[in-house]
Design a protein around this ligand. Structure first.
Ligand code: AFP
Length: 341
């Protein structure tokens, strides 16, 4: 009998156990973060289950059957689940959700020290064709929970305490960083627990894939067009890169993290700030990339240095393998130099 394998199977590293281990290294830790995370995990499990049933619900016409109410759209439902889970954790004081125009300030009686920015169901336009979608979140600490204002939310990404995403795909995977590397956990449906399956994820230094919506090429700026041209027709004798684009950020970033390469949603002539949102798309994914050894760039600066001025602000983004992002940075620098000459 293989005792080592057997011990492994009976000694499961669940996400809660993992985070407790990490927190125990901090003598000031009171378990608040672990409690907050367990509420996020609950939201993810709920959404995973709802996403799994989505196709079925439509096919057998569950909509509106029970009490005459319209069946809620999945993104609206997911938002409600996360807001309720986060508020009831007693550990949050302000929430920013992609679904809500305004930030939610938690009732003072239920307040804790954390701010959570999240997109409850990113990529939701892909639901009806069964493509992987996900929840993205970033977590900050607020200095004074009793006097919290919107300014406390508009912090640069580098001040983030933790970030992660949960991908609802062929398996349900939660990727998390609390600032000391990146770990991936897969939901074991028979246990209802996220188990550590991808410890200490490191993105390859250079990748063979680029990921971008090429339908926007007509409006691209010069450095973006040059980069994509280099991917297709490299002049240094290297093989061309493969193009992969799902159109669901969590899925595209997850592949980039595991296989390497670069994901870009640039600014263009039509959308000078790109499409993706700073607080709950750009920052969490940039935090994870840096923690995994990659880079993230806006076309002007390190993405995590950005200081947002509005909660739903957008920013262009280039993230992925260190060397690939370095190449993009060089093209932007070269372009800036030639335009100022
Ligand atoms: P939806 O949530 O509307 O599907 O948008 C998804 C998203 O915000 C992000 O997940 C994708 O990376 C990006 O938009 C795709 O945008 P394009 O459809 O313009 O390529």
């Amino acid at each position: 009998m293989d005792h080592a394998a057997d011990a492994h199977r009976t000694d499961l590293m669940t996400i809660t156990r993992h985070v407790l281990n990490e927190q125990s290294r901090n003598p000031e830790s009171r378990g608040d973060f672990t409690i907050l995370l367990s509420h996020i995990v609950l939201g993810c499990k709920f959404v995973a289950s709802a996403v799994n049933k989505a196709g079925l619900a439509q096919l057998i016409g569950l909509a509106g059957e029970t009490n005459g109410e319209e069946q809620k759209k999945l993104d609206v439902l997911s938002n409600e689940v996360f807001v309720k889970a986060l508020v009831s954790s007693g550990r949050t004081c302000v929430l920013v959700s992609e679904e809500d125009e305004e930030a939610t300030f938690v009732d003072p009686k239920l307040r804790g020290k954390y701010c959570v920015c999240f997109d409850p169901l990113d990529g939701s336009s892909n639901i009806d064709c069964g493509v992987s979608i996900g929840t993205i979140f970033g977590i900050y600490i607020i200095k004074d929970k009793d006097n919290v204002t919107l300014d406390d939310v508009l912090q640069p990404g580098k001040d983030m305490l933790a970030a992660g995403y949960c991908m609802y795909g062929s398996s349900c995977t939660l990727v998390l960083s609390t600032g000391s590397g990146v770990n991936g956990f897969t939901l074991d449906p028979s246990l209802g627990e996220f188990i550590l399956t991808h410890p200490d994820i490191k993105i390859p230094k250079k990748g063979k894939i680029y990921s971008v919506n090429e339908g926007n090429a007509k409006n691209w700026d010069v450095p973006v067009a040059k980069f994509v041209e280099k991917c297709k027709y490299p002049k240094d004798g290297s093989p061309p890169k493969s193009l992969r684009y799902i159109g669901s950020m969590v899925a595209d970033v997850h592949r980039t993290l595991l296989y390497g390469g670069v994901f870009l949603y640039p600014a263009d002539q039509k959308s000078p700030n790109g499409k993706l949102r700073v607080l709950y798309e750009v920052f969490p994914m940039s935090f994870l990339m840096e923690q995994a050894g990659g880079q993230s760039f806006t076309g002007k600066e390190r993405a995590l240095d950005l200081v947002p001025t509005k909660i739903h602000e957008r920013s262009p983004i280039f993230l992925g393998s260190y060397d690939d992002v370095e190449e993009i940075k060089a093209l932007f620098a070269e372009h800036a130099k030639s335009s100022s000459a």
